[in-house]
Design a protein around this ligand. Structure first.
Ligand code: C2O
Length: 578
């Protein structure tokens, strides 16, 4: 790994462009400090012949790369120049005792208001690979997202052969209209929100859409080389299948954790997940170009964007080949839209390295067990009005253990830390479903959820087992669940209702995959385990933003431990106020 992989630029360039700086401080074994400035600003972007003023970081779409090595400190000054409130979340960064820098609005911080700034300051500890940053308020993530690239420490290497080149591949969703208007309208009428107009690869919809000839991502490669593709799903509401025609991929890392390498020609990536794959190019010039495609995996009942984004994989021509010859174009085959079996089989292939160097510290004994149902439900429509939810007297809602989580008006972490609860939240989140029922069977008559800001309080270092059970109340549907502040081990996965007597016998406690975002299968469950070793307030939610907006979220409060390095320090002085 050479230093050429890292950005370097003069301090003046940083002042001018704000997106690139390598600290001038001497390097300590513990890592260096990397400073970034994120100016949140408007930028005109044209896709599919529609020009929209989007909210961007530094005028770029997708946003700039954040690059660091394991052990480095990252300092990002976020300055808000737009009229919306903004926060940024460093998705998957563990934020050990730096919960003030996590970013979810009204959970760890009040939003950064127009004209204000906040400096996120955190150290990357024990992680290497790919993550993503994104806005964490309303639907601003639709255009505010970018890669986090974490290289191994200076004297360390990858547990696989050093690739010739590394390329971030970000999936997103493009809307011809302002997504804020879409979600605001949906929350008002109770209807499902309008769907996106296209999926994107590195911001480009690709050639399968109308009016897209300017909007194609092209990856140029040389024959006989290995490329590391850093796949990131930043799409708002859709899990995606991905494949490159006539090429195999080797999965080597997920959510900034190495995995036992495995080969596949198609994969699934949910919003919030990252997957590093090795692409070995053909040993010769293939006389063809190849499409890489992504399109949704969808199990719900509503409407969704059933389109396909594509980019082009093109080989550099040998100089003796005329460039006028048009090459044939090969297309990949992707699984069916609702290929739940493919997804389950693919998910089961992920295994931790579980080596001496990268052990899998799975909690073997469990202090606290939780059983949470996740899924959709309804809220009644306000009196004397009609709504456009599942019926005209209901609005769509979503819940965990039938609690639809309401964001408070000041940040929970602030209120917790300063002991000024004043009804901001309660500590009585149900550890089991309030009324057990046949979760994946005939739905109950009453589909209404309850509403509240309820949390679970955990003692420092509690070992937690959590079963996440999908419900079929409004139709079985897969939910990519994301936990802030932690990686967890997925020790079990199954279909139907979780069986507490027999299913634990099949748990993998040896080399389960470790992630920050895992799909709860449509009509099934997953069991996860983690040590609550990071004090703070940590959001857990479905990473389909429409479900988050409907309340499919909750928060864990993890208390300080006895040692000084097990306590959450006071907030930085520029922490935004509500
Ligand atoms: Cu990537 Cu709470 O989010």
């Amino acid at each position: 790994m050479g230093t050429s992989d890292l950005p370097s630029c003069a301090p003046m360039a940083t002042l001018l462009f704000g997106f690139c700086l390598v600290s001038l401080l001497p390097e300590f074994a513990a890592g260096i400090t990397r400073h970034y400035t994120f100016n949140i600003m408007y930028q005109n972007v044209t896709r599919l012949c529609h020009t929209r003023s989007i909210i961007s970081v530094n005028g770029r779409f997708p946003g700039p790369r954040l690059v660091a090595r394991e052990g480095d400190r990252v300092v990002v000054k976020v300055v808000n120049h737009v009229s919306n409130n903004v926060t940024i979340h460093w998705h998957g960064v563990r934020q050990l005792t730096s919960g003030w820098a996590d970013g979810p609005a009204y959970v760890t911080q009040c939003p950064i208001q127009t004209g204000q700034s906040y400096t996120y300051n955190f150290t990357i500890t024990g992680q290497r690979g790919t993550l993503l940053w994104h806005a964490h308020i309303s639907w601003l993530r639709s255009t505010l997202y970018g890669p986090i690239i974490i290289f191994p420490k200076r004297n360390e290497s990858y547990p696989f052969r050093k690739p010739h080149k590394e390329i971030p591949i970000l999936f997103g969703e493009w809307f011809n209209v302002d997504p804020e208007a879409i979600i605001n309208q949906s929350l008002q009428t109770g209807a499902g929100p309008n769907v996106s107009d296209a999926y994107t690869i590195n911001g480009f919809p690709g050639p399968l859409y109308n009016c897209s000839s300017q909007d194609i991502y092209k990856l140029k490669v040389k024959p006989g080389k290995t490329y590391l593709l850093r796949l990131i799903n930043a799409a708002l509401n859709d899990e995606l299948f991905f494949s490159i025609a006539n090429h195999n991929l080797t999965v080597v890392e997920a959510d900034a954790v190495y995995v036992k390498p495995f080969n596949t020609d198609k994969l699934l990536i949910t919003p919030g997940q990252t997957t590093n794959v090795l692409l070995k190019t053909k040993p010769y010039f293939p006389n063809a170009t190849f499409l890489m495609e992504a399109r949704p995996y969808f199990t719900g009942r509503g409407t969704f964007d059933n389109s396909t984004t594509a980019g082009i994989l093109r080989y550099k021509r040998p100089s003796n080949l005329s460039s006028s010859k048009k090459l044939p174009l090969f297309k990949p085959t992707l699984p069916a839209i609702n290929a739940t079996n493919f997804v389950a089989n693919f998910t089961r292939k992920f295994r931790s390295l579980a080596s001496a160097k990268y052990p899998a510290n799975v909690p073997l004994k469990v202090d606290k067990k939780f059983f949470f149902t996740v899924g959709l439900g309804t809220n009644p429509c306000p009196k004397n009005t009609t709504c456009q939810g599942p019926t005209n007297t209901t609005k769509f809602a979503a819940s965990v253990n039938n609690v639809s989580f309401a964001l408070p008006s000041i940040a929970i972490l602030q209120s917790y830390f300063f002991g000024q609860n004043n009804g901001v939240y309660t500590a009585d989140f149900p550890i089991n479903p309030p009324i057990p029922f046949n979760y994946t069977g005939t739905p109950p008559n009453n589909t209404n959820v309850s509403n509240g800001t309820r949390t679970v309080v955990l003692r420092f270092n509690t070992s937690v087992e959590l079963v996440l059970q999908d419900t079929s109340i409004l139709g079985a549907e897969s939910h990519p669940l994301h936990l802030h502040g932690y990686n967890f081990f997925v020790v079990g996965l199954g279909f139907g209702n979780y069986d507490p007597n027999n299913d634990p016998k099949k748990f993998n406690l040896v080399d389960p995959m470790q992630r920050n975002t895992a799909g709860v299968p449509a009509g099934g469950w997953i069991a996860i385990r983690f040590f609550a070793d990071n004090p703070g307030v940590w959001l857990m939610h479905c990473h389909l933003d429409v479900h988050t907006s409907w309340g499919l979220r909750m928060a864990w409060i993890v208390l300080d431990g006895p040692q000084p390095n097990q306590k959450l320090p006071p907030p930085p002085s520029d922490l935004p106020q509500c």
